[in-house]
Design a protein around this ligand. Structure first.
Ligand SMILES: Cc1ncc(COP(=O)(O)O)c(C=O)c1O
Length: 327
């Protein structure tokens, strides 16, 4: 019996179906389990390890910062937080000029939803079917899946089919605070927005006075060939929610906001949001992304995709062939 697996099984209030593997080390794209087996991390830590596991610059930054200052609440200014904000706004899609820092994707979406409410004074939201935005009650209200057992959720959220301009047009009304979308639906099946749809969403929001919230928690930090998918599609959101790869694996999230978004002093907050340890990791991560031009590499290597590559029929034939060879 593997003691770590056994202990987790016994003690965790489990929320994930698990593989029988206990991962203990990572480096670049590789992971190792406690038996010494080596794996290629095709999950990239579920979209977190864009610059790889244990990137030396992140390791050095976290070690340095841990010995200097780990925590610093938002009631004080902090040098490392200020440096990160400068870096983050420097790489953010044009028009996003302020950042609220938090600790996860869900929190970034929760903040985006609250900021949209206080900015517009409205409480209606339109999101896409199959969209995923997180699991807190607010973020879940904008999420299509995983909601049933938790209803009633927050009222005012409507869902329209993804990539359908007419349905979106008829769903936005005078009470719509914001439209919330992923430009490539992640959990929904890696479904990219049609470029005409993305443009229409942006134009409809402008015409109707609704804010546009783009969830770039999964698409952010180089995955789509630019730093953010909003740049690939040429849309100008009012709020972009980011997280996952932002800090090289250290928990962090952020809502990046345009000048249109109202200040929220005394209305929102986070004890750990913007802590210097995570900020130091994020600075090192953004620098590594830029130095290695990982967005550019994703754009170049992404072209090697193949329509029929990995199709189930060929895979079944390959399995049978390999089994025959081994027998
Ligand atoms: C698009 C998107 N939004 C939000 C989230 C929630 O992020 P977190 O798990 O960090 O709370 C995820 C997580 O997978 C996501 O993919």
């Amino acid at each position: 019996m593997n003691t770590s697996i056994d202990t987790e099984r016994r003690l965790a209030l489990e929320v994930y179906p698990k593989r029988d593997v206990c991962i203990v080390r990572g480096e670049g794209a590789l992971l190792w389990d406690d038996q010494g087996n080596e794996y290629i991390d095709c999950t990239a830590g579920i979209g977190v390890a864009n610059i790889g596991h244990a990137h030396p610059a992140v390791v050095a930054a976290v070690s340095r910062q841990a010995a200097r200052l780990i925590t610093c609440p938002g009631i004080f200014y902090n040098d490392v937080r200020a440096e990160l904000m400068q870096k983050l706004i420097g790489v953010a899609p044009e028009g996003l000029e302020r950042a609220f820092l938090c600790n996860s994707g869900t929190e970034a979406m929760e903040a985006a939803i609250k900021f949209a409410r206080i900015t517009t004074g409205k409480n209606g939201f339109v999101s896409a079917m199959r969209g995923f935005h997180g699991r807190s009650m607010g973020a879940l209200s904008a999420t299509f899946k995983y909601r049933q057992e938790f209803e009633p959720l927050i009222p005012g959220h409507r869902f329209v089919p993804f990539n359908n301009i007419d349905k979106l047009e008829s769903a936005i009304d005078e009470n719509t605070a914001a439209v919330i979308i992923e430009l490539v639906q992640g959990e929904g099946g890696v479904r990219p927005a049609d470029p005409r749809y993305a443009t229409a969403v942006s134009e409809l929001c402008k015409a109707r006075g609704a804010l546009l919230i783009v969830d770039e928690i999964q698409t952010g930090f180089g995955r789509t060939g630019r730093m953010f998918a909003s740049e690939v599609y040429g849309v100008s959101p009012d709020i972009v929610a980011v997280s996952k790869a932002i800090a090289g694996g250290v928990p962090m999230g952020a809502a990046l906001c345009s000048e249109r978004i109202a200040p929220a002093v005394g209305k929102h907050g986070s004890t750990f949001g913007g802590n210097p340890l995570a900020c130091a990791a994020a600075i090192a991560t953004i620098e590594a992304l830029l130095e290695q031009d990982l967005p550019g590499q994703a754009a170049k290597n992404g072209k090697h995709g193949s329509t029929f590559g990995g199709n189930p029929l060929a895979c079944a034939a390959a399995i049978a062939t390999i089994e025959t060879l081994l027998e």
